[in-house]
Ligand binder design. Structure first.
Ligand SMILES: CC(C)(COP(=O)(O)OP(=O)(O)OC[C@H]1O[C@@H](n2cnc3c(N)ncnc32)[C@H](O)[C@@H]1OP(=O)(O)O)[C@@H](O)C(=O)NCCC(=O)NCCS
Length: 171
């Protein structure tokens, strides 16, 4: 398989910026990322990920033949939710529709469940993000319900769908 997840390298900065500097990607993510998204922004993100607590942050470049085409991360929650973790991901638009993110989601779930005590990984795509919902379904996640008007994004109130996979459910 040409798709892999691997630790970030600073040399991924240009490729990360090229894939993220796109409103069709950013409009499906949480707020807080700059637009335009520069190579310096990418280098700052990669630096933070490289120094993050390895018990709490599982962040990887998504690579096609070792070239960064996207990003995927699982982030441990706090307090009583500390054995639960949130999944987030994106891939550059030229690479959409090839099954790549489904592979990456399967890989990161396997990694987290075998390298930590996390028992639940969840994701919260906008209900309108049919491609992301499909990725989660294909990767074995269970739809748990819809969080109504849970997000305010670009001037619109949006529903979010909640999906999860448990340690015992990995394929
Ligand atoms: C969502 C995203 C990660 C999907 O990555 P990808 O590599 O294209 O995903 P895959 O090819 O593995 O699977 C996509 C599936 O969604 C389907 N899909 C895509 N757009 C769709 C749409 N508008 N309606 C219905 N299905 C759709 C594809 O047909 C495919 O399903 P199939 O294999 O059954 O045909 C990518 O589009 C992306 O990065 N989007 C912007 C950022 C984002 O949304 N991140 C997730 C936030 S929760």
């Amino acid at each position: 398989m040409r798709i892999q997840i691997r630790k970030w390298k600073l040399s991924d900065s240009a490729a990360l910026a090229a894939n993220l500097n796109d409103l069709s990607v950013l409009n499906n993510l949480r707020d807080g990322l700059p637009y335009p998204y520069t190579e310096e922004d990418a280098a700052a993100y990669i630096t933070v990920m490289m120094h993050a607590d390895p018990e709490k942050v599982f962040a990887f470049a998504v690579t096609l033949d070792d070239e960064c085409i996207g990003s995927i991360g699982v982030f441990r929650c706090e307090n009583i939710h500390r054995r639960s973790a949130e999944l987030g991901y994106y891939i550059g638009k030229p690479h959409w529709g090839n099954g790549y993110m489904t592979v990456a989601v399967r890989l990161i779930c396997h990694y987290v469940f075998t390298h930590s005590d996390i028992v639940r990984i969840f994701a919260e795509p906008f209900s309108t993000n049919l491609g992301s919902c499909r990725v989660l379904e294909k990767a074995g996640f269970t739809y748990e319900g819809t969080m109504r008007q849970n997000a305010y994004k670009n001037g619109n109130l949006l529903d979010m769908k909640l999906y999860s996979i448990l340690r015992d459910e990995r394929g």
